[in-house]
Structures are given as structure tokens and as C-alpha cells.
Write a protein that binds this ligand. Sequence first.
Ligand code: TRP
Length: 452
Amino acid sequence: MAEQKNSFSSSIGAIMAAVGSAVGLGNIWRFPYICGKYGGGAFLIVYLLFVFLIGMVLMMSEFVIGRRTQHTPAKAFSTLRPDKKGWNIIGVVGVFTLFFIVSQYHLVSGWVTSYFVDSCTGTLAGLGQNADAISQYFADFSSSVWRPIIFATIFAVITGIIITGGVQKGIERISKILMPFLLILILVLCVRSLTLPGASKGLAYLFTPDFSKLTGEGILAALGQALFSLSVGMGVMVVYGSYIPVDDNLFKTSIWITASDTLIAILAGVAIFPAVFSCGLEPAGGPGLVFCVLPQVFNTMPAVVGSIFAALFFLLVVVAALTSNISLLEGLAAWLSETANTPRRKSTLIFTVCTILMACVVSLGNGAWSDFHIFGNNIFDFVDRLNSIYMPPICALLTVIFLGWVMPEKDVRDELSNHGTLKIGYYKVFLFLARFVAPIALIAVLVSGIMN
Ligand code: TRP
């Protein structure tokens, strides 16, 4: 057994850091929107099944692989099967994907930070309730050259500085402060939203099951979202797993993380939709919901109140995005440190700079370079499709096959039971899900993603 070099100080610390990773942009603007679009309660049922039966299995798999080996995906797989070094390819594919996700994450987080500043300075309130003016503001802003890049750079640099602080003093400490703060913010916003007149229409949109809207596409979206939201499939949880204390119960920790992430996603919907419906607005999809519809909602409130709630909301998104961004960049930096044997600081610096440059390219794809197309998409949309549809299930599939079929089973059992000291009554179910259910579901997603 490898000795633990880097670790979180306690189970709570590990849970906070992993929840910080899981709760992100995916929860706050993507989940509410797709849940409403694909049939509310109907989508929710499918989503819950995927999250607990597949997402959580992947999370446990990554934790097992990471904690067992005390390695990042650069070496973890070959450590478990020294005769099959080729499986380290999972690490390479994961890093490649992470690189694109982080770049997009820097950019969109930068947008949110800029909107936070705009709500504090009154710029957003100054746009009034004119939907066209607000949409135009967003279109001009996101296609401009400098402002998005400057905010993305600030955001990325802050992320890099926190990571440089180390596992306990950087990642764990900031998560322990920000996660409780995030919960308070979201609860305040939920109360505000639920006490607006006509709030129940928003709840109905979010929760009433409408099975006619739950299409095949919706089911696939649910699986993709479950993986993305839990931050699994790209090896980031292998890295975090290597930091989980050796006496921690991986099953319990995974349940906590999964349940918290799901709860926050649902609360985000409760904070958003009642307010949107109360203003008689339509819930737009994608970036439009947060950047165009919500500013209108805030501007219907009395001026100061509206600005305060706008600032609180965008702050919530900034906080959620920051702790996720930390895990994404950590995934890259830790991999590089192990592959090239470079110190933590240096690998963090290298990837911070490279991902900022990539974020600039993605940003320009929205504006100055929008005529440049890859497979019919502009750069931003291409990266978005790569991040959300194709790459996550590929990495997830390889990981779960490795756990279920390639690595020695005794390592799995030994790690989940903490060398036989914990009871693992769930083990057979877990193995069945990892060997059969998860791979089949992931192959289905991939095939249909490619066919579309
Ligand atoms: N889970 C985050 C969200 O919901 C995104 C994220 C952070 C992520 N780290 C990740 C996704 C690692 C995949 C892999 O927004």
C-alpha cells in the first residue's frame, strides 16, 4: 500500500471539496433548464436514477482507483495492472477533455463575474425591463474582445493561486468556507422566489411530471448531465480520491456528495423558475436563462432590492463556479506533476497560462472569429458539444470498464471495506452496476450522441 502524501484533513473536508467540485455551472443554469424542457418531474425521476445508479458508481470507482494507488490518472491505472500500461490512456483522454472544459469554464465564469460587478455598479439595473436591450447587452458583451477575456483571466488566476496553496490549505480551506456560504445564498434566493406572487406556476413547471416531453434525447441529456454534474468520468475524482483519508468510508462519502449535488441543483430550479413565471416571462434555455431572463426578473423588483438580489444571485454562481474550476485545474496540474515530475506550483502555472490562452480562443469564437467553423459549429459551440456530449461518456466508459473488468477485484473489495474493517453489504449491487448497467447505458449515450 502506498503511503498518503497529500490528503484532506477529515471526511468533512473531503466532502466539502468534492461537493465544491460537483456543484457548479452545471447545477445552476443547466439543470433547471433541461429539467423544465424535458418534462419536469418526469425528467427528475430519470435523472435521480442515473445519478444514484450510474453517477455515484462512477464516483466510487474513481475514489477507489485514486485512493488505492495514491496516484493521478497518469499512473493510477498501470499501478493496478502493471502488465497493462495502455490503460493510462484514460488519463490522457481525461486531461485532453479537462483542458477544453476548463477553458470554457474560465470564460463563462468570467461572464458571471462581470455580471456580478454589473449588478453591484447598477449597470444591469440601468437596462430596465426591456428584454431586447438586455439581450443586446449580453450579445455585445459576449462577442466583445477584451472584457470577457479580462474577467476570464482574473478568474483563472484566482483559481491558480488557491491551488498553489495546496490540498489542505488551498482547496480544502476555501471549500469549507464557500460551501456553507453557497447554501445560505441559495436558500435566501429560494425564499425570495417562493414568496413572489404566482410562484406556484414555476414550481409546477419544474416538478409536474409530463412524460410526453421526456424524449429519447431527454433521457440522454439526463445521463450526460448526471455525469457532468457529479464531476465524474475525467479522472478529477481519481485525484480527489487520492486525497481522501484512508480510514474514510468511501460509500458514505459518495452518498453525501451525490445527495448534496442533487439537492443544490433542485434548489437552483426553485430559486429560478417561480421568479421567472411570477414576472410572466418564458424560461429560455442555455445561457439566455441566466444572462437575459434573470436580469429582467431582478429589474422588475424595486431598484435597490433588485440590485441586491441580482448581486446575491451572481455571487452564488461565482462561488459555485470557483470551487468547480479549482477541481478542474487541479485535475490538470496534478496529472502534469506526476507525468513530468514537476512541482505543484510549476504545473499549476503552466496549465493556468495554457487554459487562459485557450479561453481567449473560445471567447473570440463568439465574436471576432465567429465565421470560423469546425464541423459546422463555431469554436464556442464546438467546444461545448465536445465537453457535454462526446468526451465525458467516453472517459466514463473506459473508467468503469477498468474497474469492473480489468483491475483485480480484491483491490476493489479491499479498498471499499477499508481492508475488511467496514461492512459492505452493497458490494454485489455495486459490482453489477459497474460491470453491466453503467457500461451499457454509457454505450447507448455515445452511440446516440454520434448518430445525432
Ligand atoms: N460538476 C461541475 C458542474 O456541475 C463541473 C465540473 C467540475 C466537472 N469538475 C469537473 C465536470 C470534472 C467533469 C469533470 O458544473
